[in-house]
Design a protein around this ligand. Structure first.
Ligand SMILES: [Zn+2]
Length: 492
């Protein structure tokens, strides 16, 4: 008998060949944290793993931007036991020995989907600018030191999000009769998406990033996804031809049922030698040129079919049971979040109505929300787009003035000013950028120290200033001083 609910958890079932696979997915992801509780969702998942031995031979756990998923495959009795174990672990968190459980966690333990280079990731930078220090905008910032989380905080996070009503069980076959999901009771979580920066685009700006990226907000549609893929292919070809970068990545961020963020990201090669020819100014100008070309000429279906991938990329490892449960993910997300990532490669027929005129209309509609981020020092010429880089002033607030260390003073004429309620950076031309203390976050990794303005979503490197880390540690709450996650670029 088909079951629609188990212990209050909605059940989705599609009969697929192969062994039974299932996912228990919670509507709770990185976006459901607060700026001072980043990492809390990952911590819950870690504690589940730490507390209980999983039963199934094949399992994986993930924390994504919008959801947390426990998946497993195997004989039905194993699957039953596996998920019962996970549910009882969740119900009994946090463990008594919390400090032992977090001892081996650090900022690198957690990976946020789409953010490959931590703080300097261009996509994370654009999200932090668009959404501010909440929701999707949190993805740029590293986790709080896990040792600072309290048992109460963990309990409240579970009560709010890891409940039967906020979960979906998805299976590739019939749910075994013995299946139980003893979770705390609670409702499905409804969110409102708030943006901090409602700029009228198109804009570009500079930030402490590695690479160049474009982001636009769209109403979810096959047309928008196909057109962004087409733009990606043309940009990839253009940067390759110009010899300034190798390819471009298609980017997709599910926000809610009315809004998806689409875009593309172009990054330097991770090997220093290959990355030398990278030219962010030229990359940004080529992105802009190709976007304008789509708006002026449109594109027809035949051209689109040539530019978009018609086959999905196989999953790494290509494990059959994971592929099966992964194929059902859009169903899970639609049930849980009211929306899902659009994989249009299976649906080219959906593009029947896409004429060049429709394409022109869709893409010109992107301009009002279009943002391009480039690294500091890059000044692309993008006709029609406004330079919306951080405003600076000439006014230096009162405070302790910190100069660069002696060795750095020759090439850095700036200073860092630590005041009662703000931290300012003054560059060599006396331009002042001020971060109110309430908006400040300091990130350190391998002696590289960076100051973020959470409201702007911007980052400034301040490693040159003598004892900057110690001085800022003294004025900031412990949760506002963080270790960065891995940045695999050669230059940090
Ligand atoms: Zn700023």
């Amino acid at each position: 008998m088909r079951r629609e609910e188990i212990d209050g958890v909605a059940v989705i079932q599609r009969n697929l060949p192969g062994m039974l696979a299932a996912s228990l997915t919670f509507g709770c992801g990185a976006r459901d944290e607060e700026i001072d509780s980043i990492g809390l969702t990952y911590l819950v998942q870690h504690l589940v793993d730490w507390t209980e031995d999983h039963i199934a031979g094949d399992f994986q756990d993930y924390v994504w931007m919008n959801d947390t998923s426990f998946i497993a495959g195997g004989p039905p009795d194993q699957v039953v036991e596996h998920f019962a174990t996970i549910c009882s672990a969740i119900s009994n968190l946090p463990p008594d020995d919390l400090s032992d459980a977090v001892a081996d966690l650090d900022a690198d333990s957690r990976y946020v989907s789409n953010i490959d280079e931590g703080l300097r990731d261009t996509w994370g930078a654009l999200l932090s600018r668009r959404f501010g220090p909440r929701g999707h905008g949190l993805s740029r910032w590293p986790a709080v030191d896990y040792k600072l989380f309290t048992a109460d905080e963990i309990r409240r996070h579970i009560e709010g999000f890891f409940t039967s009503g906020n979960a979906v069980l998805t299976l590739t076959g019939e749910a075994p009769q013995a299946m139980r999901l003893p979770l705390p009771a609670g409702p499905r979580v409804n969110r409102s998406t708030s943006l901090v920066n409602h700029q009228i685009g198109p804009i570009w700006y500079a930030d402490e990033v590695r690479g160049v990226a474009l982001m636009v907000s769209v109403e979810p549609s096959f047309e928008a996804v196909a057109l962004m893929w087409a733009l990606r292919s043309r940009v990839a070809e253009a940067v390759d031809r110009a010899g300034v970068a190798l390819g471009a990545e298609f980017m997709f961020e599910v926000v809610d049922s009315t809004r998806h963020e689409l875009g593309l990201r172009v990054v330097p090669h991770f090997r220093r030698r290959e990355s030398k020819s990278f030219d962010p100014t030229v990359v940004a100008e080529l992105i802009w040129t190709e976007l304008q070309r789509l708006i002026s000429d449109g594109i027809d279906r035949v051209e689109i079919a040539d530019l978009v991938p018609t086959e999905r990329m196989p999953m790494t490892g290509d494990i059959e049971w994971m592929q099966a449960i992964n194929d059902l993910e859009p169903l899970t997300h639609r049930e849980l979040l009211g929306t899902a990532e659009i994989d249009f490669s299976e649906s080219l027929t959906e593009l029947a109505g896409l004429t060049p005129q429709v394409a022109r209309d869709v893409v010109s509609g992107w301009l009002s929300s279009a943002m391009i981020v480039v690294p500091y020092g890059s000044k692309p010429n993008l006709p029609g787009a406004t330079d919306d880089s951080c405003r600076t002033t000439r006014f230096v607030p009162a405070g302790e003035v910190v100069r660069p260390t002696f060795a750095k003073r020759f090439r850095n004429k700036g200073s860092l000013v630590i005041g009662i309620d703000a931290i300012s950076t003054v560059d060599g031309d006396r331009n002042v950028h001020t971060v109110p203390l309430s908006q400040a976050l300091v990130v350190e990794r391998f002696g590289v120290i960076r100051l973020a303005h959470l409201g702007h979503g911007c980052v400034t490197t301040i490693s040159d200033f003598a004892d900057a880390a110690d001085k800022l540690r003294a004025v900031l709450p412990p949760r506002r001083f963080r270790q960065a996650v891995t940045q695999h670029s050669a230059g940090l």
